[in-house]
Design a protein around this ligand. Structure first.
Ligand SMILES: Nc1ccn([C@@H]2O[C@H](COP(=O)(O)OP(=O)(O)OP(=O)(O)O)[C@@H](O)[C@H]2O)c(=O)n1
Ligand SMILES: C[C@](O)(CO)[C@H](O)COP(=O)(O)O
Length: 231
């Protein structure tokens, strides 16, 4: 297999009251453990590069060692923004890998099946992003709260990770991005701006991101249900 996985895990969890999301216990195991095990069980990843912060590096390294996965896991240090952390991880991807998969440590509900779906979509399109239909009506608003427009909902999707890209495309997108790339909230944006065709594939509504406390409650319920075998 020629795909490396990069797992950004260097965030500070500010919207979660400063709790360490990658190490947050969920149904008995840290969020990052759920992610690494799903990647490993997918059978389509050659190695995993986990991006830690200076603050959580030791804990992340211990966790990776304790998991004892059968594929190589490397821990590298990230930056102050998610985009910087992902880029730091991508720099450690071996040059002979054709694809790189990026998945947030803060999305512990990813499944091996979703990982395989991501790779299959990237093999087809070169750049693939998990996405789910938007169910709310979305408003674009000005800074004073006035509604500017209501985009047609049928054209909108919510992007998730995993996102999988041809490694040469992603590296070229970084080269073309100028100074703006640091503010990108996902890597697909960089490829879009660089002119590469990016396609969505069906994500999973359960693949939520731990962002606020309600997400933690929901994630635990889903994981407990899966552990009871009622997936
Ligand atoms: N400097 C950063 C910021 C975020 N991330 C990672 O990117 C993913 C998505 O980020 P987010 O949910 O925003 O996490 P935090 O930055 O921790 O959250 P907050 O913005 O609330 O502080 C997480 O796995 C997080 O650890 C990272 O590796 N490096
Ligand atoms: C990459 C991402 O998970 C796609 O939904 C999301 O954009 C990350 O955003 P965050 O603000 O860094 O959590």
């Amino acid at each position: 297999m020629t795909c490396s996985a990069v797992v950004p895990a260097a965030g500070r969890g500010q919207r979660l009251g400063g709790r360490e999301k990658p190490l947050l216990p969920l149904a008995g195991r840290p969020a990052l453990a759920w992610v690494l095990e799903a990647l490993s069980a997918s059978g389509v990843i050659a190695e995993i590069i986990v991006v830690a912060s200076e603050a959580n590096r030791e804990a992340v390294e211990s966790l990776c060692t304790a998991l004892g996965l059968s594929l190589p896991v490397q821990v590298v240090i990230g930056g102050a923004e998610r985009a910087l952390s992902v880029r730091a991880g991508v720099e450690h991807v071996p040059d002979d890998r054709r694809y790189v998969l990026i998945h947030d440590a803060a999305r512990p509900l990813v499944t091996p099946e979703l990982v395989r779906r991501a790779i299959a979509a990237a093999l087809r399109h070169g750049a693939a992003v998990a996405a789910i239909p938007v169910t709310d009506t979305i408003k674009q608003v000005a800074s004073d709260g006035r509604v500017v427009t209501t985009p047609e909902r049928s054209t909108l999707v919510a992007a998730q990770t995993p996102q999988v890209f041809r490694l040469d495309w992603l590296r070229e997108a970084y080269r073309r991005a100028g100074a703006q790339w640091v503010t990108a909230t996902d890597e697909a944006m960089l490829l879009e701006r660089a002119g590469f065709p990016v396609f969505v594939f069906p994500g999973d509504p359960e693949n939520l991101k731990l962002t606020t406390p309600i997400d933690v409650t929901i994630a635990e319920l889903i994981l407990e249900r899966r552990m009871r075998g009622n997936a």
